[in-house]
Design a binder for this molecule. Structure first.
Ligand SMILES: [Ca+2]
Ligand SMILES: [Ca+2]
Ligand SMILES: [Ca+2]
Ligand SMILES: [Ca+2]
Length: 194
């Protein structure tokens, strides 16, 4: 409870007391003014509480995980460009760093091999949370089913990140480095607390 709220309440009660006093003395006009002031102060006090509650909400930690650019190697589709889409999975609970509680999926980008800032996810996490884990998966959409597009320089086609505060990181990741014969891309992505 804020100091402002308490001051407003005290002033409102003082006005009520004055209003009652004036009424007792049959000073109706002064009494009326005091009661109106009391009502205005009470409304202000309640408003100050609401403003405070909103500000506490704003203090909740929000992180934005952004895919900053995508560049495909052109091999996803034959005859046309690929149709990439993105899934961001995020977790921050318990001891199990491989558990992703939330998935954020982008739209499908038809027939394109290069996209700037295609997708981002705004994720609310508990205040004081010291770590989060996340991964991004990239797919090429097809009628007969999606296939993964590799951006990880390692053996796998996507990277599982486990990161600590402060959440302010960026990566450029090239799937062709592993030398495997598959559909690759270069992905730039970042995470920041907003
Ligand atoms: Ca296509
Ligand atoms: Ca396709
Ligand atoms: Ca790889
Ligand atoms: Ca690869």
């Amino acid at each position: 409870m804020s100091a402002l709220f308490l001051v407003l309440i005290i002033l409102a009660l003082t006005c009520v007391a004055l209003g009652l006093l004036f009424r007792k003395r049959a000073e109706e006009r002064r009494s009326m003014v005091a009661f109106i002031l009391a009502i205005i102060l009470l409304v202000s006090a309640v408003s100050s509480l609401l403003v405070e509650a909103t500000r506490i909400d704003d203090d909740a930690t929000t992180v934005r995980i952004s895919i900053d650019s995508y560049r495909g190697d052109g091999s996803a589709d034959s005859g046309t460009s690929g149709d990439p889409y993105f899934e961001i999975r995020v977790g921050w609970t318990g001891e199990d760093f491989s558990y992703f509680g939330e998935t954020y999926a982008s739209a499908i980008f038809n027939d394109t091999e290069e996209i700037e800032s295609p997708f981002s996810a705004m994720v609310d996490i508990p205040d004081g949370q010291s770590w989060i884990s996340f991964t991004i998966e990239v797919f090429d959409w097809n009628f007969e089913g999606a296939i993964p597009i590799d951006y990880s320089p390692e053996e796998e086609d996507h990277t599982h990140h486990y990161i600590l505060r402060p959440f302010d990181y960026s990566w450029t990741s090239d799937g062709s480095i592993d030398g495997k014969d598959e559909t690759d891309c270069i992905l730039e992505y970042s995470i920041i607390e907003v």
